[in-house]
Design a protein around this ligand. Structure first.
Ligand code: NAD
Length: 471
């Protein structure tokens, strides 16, 4: 049975002003999924007005008090894990391990920001001599607009709204039109957990109809956008006439560099994860595999052998939409070399009914090939070989994007030298973990601003200085 989902505005389900709903799809079967409200400017305006009304009282509560609400949201997210996983599965087809990870991380984001806001996010006293009292305060923006993509729907929403709420902002989220239901359920859960009406609102709909109205609303004090480079670039001009501050987390192509002396078992496992995790639909996937010449073929053979063991619907899910599926197959059609494995869809069996693409490796791809340079967002690894450290670094940096990078080396000093010189916002050396605590964001055309960690708290606050003469 197809269920219709309304917006979540001011603490209640709210039908769309235009009385229209959009169809969604279960990409694991290509069958129709639930319908979501087709929001437009009137719905966005209603949600922003509710957020605006709620903002002052929410900001006036102590960090400890707001943190307590965030902990209760984490409690209900954990208790509701099965339903949240199903909400996300039905619009993404993700495999259970991936769904569980995303729900657990979502709860963990709320707990992290519930605590850190009590210790960080505070101002300082500036000494200017006797007779003067000067201090700074981190004050919320009021209403924060959040626009999210489809690849990690719950996580990308929570990653942004948890620090924004912790800092005392109210929020309006416009999730991807393909994956809105998990975010709607989250807002309903947050309400059950005692989040005041209007503090967390969700308006669904397409980017041009609902997203753009949110970005352009002058009552939105800050916008956080996660999505494609093209939309990010466009939105920078839309936000309050280009003057509203905006966090941009955009698309890209990141490298995984393997030196001959590295622990190859672990490096190969990392490459297979980059290939298969969420079917490669991960913005930080290190899907350009650069391997030192003398171990290149051995590493590729091992990655290919592992990729061929991966099972659809068990180890990896489908691509999200027919459009994305065609886009990835288009990259294959354009590839300058034949695939070492994969390179096409499934022709028969249950996977052929869904939007599944075979885990694919293209070896020794010329550096300037489209598939090596652009974000494919599919289960695809592209390899090249290098002869020394300088060449590896030059290849990794020869991109207009710079979100993440991974380096595997038997020589830690070499790994850290690369980390120092690579143009990326996050670098993992020999599998160093990148977690909720570690700030995340890009260099170059990968956007600006930081998510995760303490850094994200300060994205959602503006610094005020107060100076008083005591004379
Ligand atoms: P997209 O830019 O098409 O859409 C992202 C969001 O923006 C959606 O909610 C969409 O409805 C909205 N949108 C689209 N056009 C809009 C407009 N004119 N005005 C306002 N909103 C608009 O991207 P996508 O295809 O949904 O997502 C995939 C992209 O996201 C990939 O390129 C990927 O690299 C990137 N991504 C980045 C990160 C990160 O953290 N850096 C994380 C995940 C995905």
């Amino acid at each position: 049975m197809v269920i219709r989902h309304d917006h979540w505005i001011d603490g209640r389900a709210t039908p769309p002003d235009g009385q229209a709903w959009l169809a969604t799809l279960d990409p694991s079967t290509r069958r129709p999924g639930d319908e979501i409200a087709a929001g437009g400017p009137a719905d966005v305006s209603k949600a922003v007005a509710a957020a605006d009304r709620a903002a002052r009282a929410w900001a006036g509560r102590s960090p400890a008090d707001r943190g307590a609400v965030l902990h209760r949201i984490a409690d209900v997210v954990e208790a509701d894990a099965q339903a949240l996983m199903e909400a996300e599965r039905s619009c993404t087809g993700k495999v259970p391990a991936q769904l569980r990870l995303e729900v657990e991380m979502s709860a963990a984001y709320f707990r992290y920001y519930a605590e850190v806001v009590r210790a960080a996010g505070q101002g300082q006293v500036i000494e200017q001599g006797s007779g003067v009292h000067t201090y700074t305060r981190h004050e919320p923006y009021g209403v924060v607009g959040v626009i999210t993509p489809w690849n990690l729907p719950l996580n990308q929403a929570v990653r942004t709204l948890a620090p924004a709420l912790a800092m005392g902002n109210s929020v309006v989220v416009k999730p991807s039109e393909y994956t809105s239901v998990p975010t709607l359920r989250l807002a309903w859960l947050a309400s059950q957990a005692g989040t005041p009406d209007g503090v967390l609102n969700v308006v669904t709909g397409t980017g041009p109809q609902a997203g753009e109205a949110l970005a352009a609303d002058p009552r939105v004090g800050r916008l956080a956008f996660t999505g494609s480079v093209a939309t990010g670039r466009y939105l920078s001009g839309v936000t309050g006439g280009g003057l509203t501050p905006i966090t941009l987390e955009l698309g890209g192509r990141s490298s995984l560099i393997v030196f001959a002396g590295a622990d190859l078992d672990r490096a190969v496992a990392a490459a297979v994860t980059a290939l298969a995790e969420n079917s490669g639909q991960v913005c930080s996937a290190t899907a350009r595999l650069l391997v030192e010449e003398r171990v290149h073929d051995e590493v590729v053979d091992r990655v290919v052998a592992a990729a061929e063991k991966l099972q659809p619907a068990t180890d990896f899910g489908p691509l999200i939409t027919q459009e994305q599926y065609q886009k990835v197959l288009g990259f294959f059609a354009d590839a300058p070399v034949p695939p070492a494995t994969g390179g096409g869809p499934f022709q028969r069996g249950p996977a052929a009914r869904g939007l599944y693409v075979r885990p694919t490796v293209y070896a020794r791809v010329p550096h300037d090939a489209r598939i090596a340079r652009e974000g494919v967002f599919g289960p695809v690894l592209v390899t090249s070989s290098f002869s020394d450290e300088a060449e590896a670094l030059a290849m990794a940096n020869d991109t207009e994007y710079g979100l993440t990078a991974a380096v595997w080396s038997g020589d830690l000093a070499q790994g850290l030298r690369i980390a120092e010189r690579i143009e990326a916002g996050q670098v993992s050396v020999n599998g160093g973990p990148l977690t909720i605590e570690t700030p995340f964001g890009g260099y170059k055309h990968r956007g600006h601003g930081r998510e995760k960690g303490l850094a994200a708290l300060y994205e959602y606050a503006q610094l005020k200085t107060v100076s008083a003469s005591l004379r």
